[in-house]
Write a protein that binds this ligand. Structure first.
Ligand SMILES: *Cc1c(COP(=O)(O)O)cnc(C)c1O
Length: 239
C-alpha cells in the first residue's frame, strides 16, 4: 500500500469509529508519528494533506525540522517522546507542541527556554494510567497540582492530557485506560481558572492499534488527538 491508500484506510477507521460511537469526526485530529521515517516520508504526508507530525527523539526531530524548513509554516511539530532535562532547550526552540510533560522541573525549563519571539509551547501532561508499568507519566493523583502549576508558566500553554497505555488486544482494557484519562481531564478542567479552561481542550490518546477505543472514550467538544505511526508509514525498523 502507498501512503495515500494507508491514509484513506486510517481515515475510514476514524470515520467508522465515530459513526459506531456517535462521535463528531471534527473532534478527532490525526497526528502523524513520523519517528524513524525520513523527511521524504513527511513530505509525502504533507502532500496528502497532513500538517501535524510527531517525533520521539530530539536529535532526529530537529534534523527533520531543519530539512523541511521550507515547509515550516504549514507543519506543526509535536514532541511526544521522553525528555531529559538537558534536552529541554532543543524542544523549546524547535517544536510547536510537547505531549510528554510529567514533572514540574521539565515544565519550568521549557517555559524559561521558550524563545520570546515564538508563541507559547502547547503542552500536554503525560499521565500514567492504571496498569501502566512504565515509569513515564505522572500519577493521576498528582496531576491536578502539576496542571495548576503549569497553567501559570508564561512560556507554556496547557492544552490537555496524554497517555500511552500498556499495549493490549483486550478492547475493554483499552477503553478503561482512555476512560480514566478522559475522567481525569474533566476533573482537572473544572479546577482550572476560566482562562486556562478555554485552552484546555485536548486528549492525546490512541495509536495505530487502539484508535477505535480512544474514539469510543472521546469527550464531546474536546479534541482527541490520535497519534498514528505504523498504520500511516508502515512498520518501523528497530532503532
Ligand atoms: C511511536 C509512538 C506512537 C505511534 O505508534 P503506532 O503504534 O506506530 O501508531 C504514538 N505515540 C507515541 C508516544 C509513540 O512513541
Amino acid at each position: 500500500m502507498d501512503f495515500p491508500a494507508r491514509l484513506l484506510d486510517v481515515q475510514q477507521r476514524i470515520d467508522a469509529a465515530c459513526r459506531l460511537h456517535g462521535k463528531d469526526p471534527a473532534t478527532i485530529h490525526l497526528l502523524a508519528v513520523s519517528k524513524t521515517f525520513p523527511a521524504s516520508a513527511v513530505k509525502e504526508a504533507l502532500a496528502a494533506g497532513l500538517h501535524a507530525f510527531g517525533e520521539n527523539y530530539v536529535q532526529e526531530g530537529i534534523e527533520k525540522i531543519q530539512q523541511l524548513m521550507a515547509h515550516r509554516q504549514s507543519i506543526n511539530w509535536h514532541f511526544i517522546g521522553p525528555l531529559q532535562s538537558n534536552k529541554t532547550k532543543d524542544v523549546a526552540e524547535h517544536f510547536d507542541w510537547m505531549h510528554s510533560i510529567d514533572r514540574e522541573k521539565i515544565a519550568r525549563r521549557l517555559s524559561e527556554q521558550r524563545p520570546k519571539g515564538m508563541p507559547a509551547l502547547q503542552v500536554c501532561l503525560q499521565i500514567n494510567v492504571s496498569g501502566e508499568s512504565t515509569k513515564s507519566g505522572i500519577n493521576p493523583s498528582e496531576a491536578p497540582a502539576l496542571a495548576a502549576a503549569i497553567a501559570q508558566l508564561p512560556g507554556l500553554c496547557l492544552r490537555g492530557l496524554m497517555a500511552i497505555p500498556e499495549p493490549t488486544e483486550d478492547v475493554l482494557i483499552q477503553r478503561k485506560s482512555f476512560s480514566e484519562l478522559a475522567q481525569l481531564f474533566t476533573s482537572i478542567r473544572q479546577q482550572l481558572s476560566p482562562d486556562a479552561q478555554a485552552n484546555f481542550n485536548t486528549l492525546s490518546m490512541g495509536m495505530s492499534a487502539d484508535l477505535e477505543s480512544a474514539i469510543a472514550e472521546s469527550l464531546p467538544q474536546v479534541t482527541t488527538m490520535v497519534r498514528i505511526g505504523t498504520a500511516l508509514f508502515g512498520q518501523r525498523t528497530a532503532k
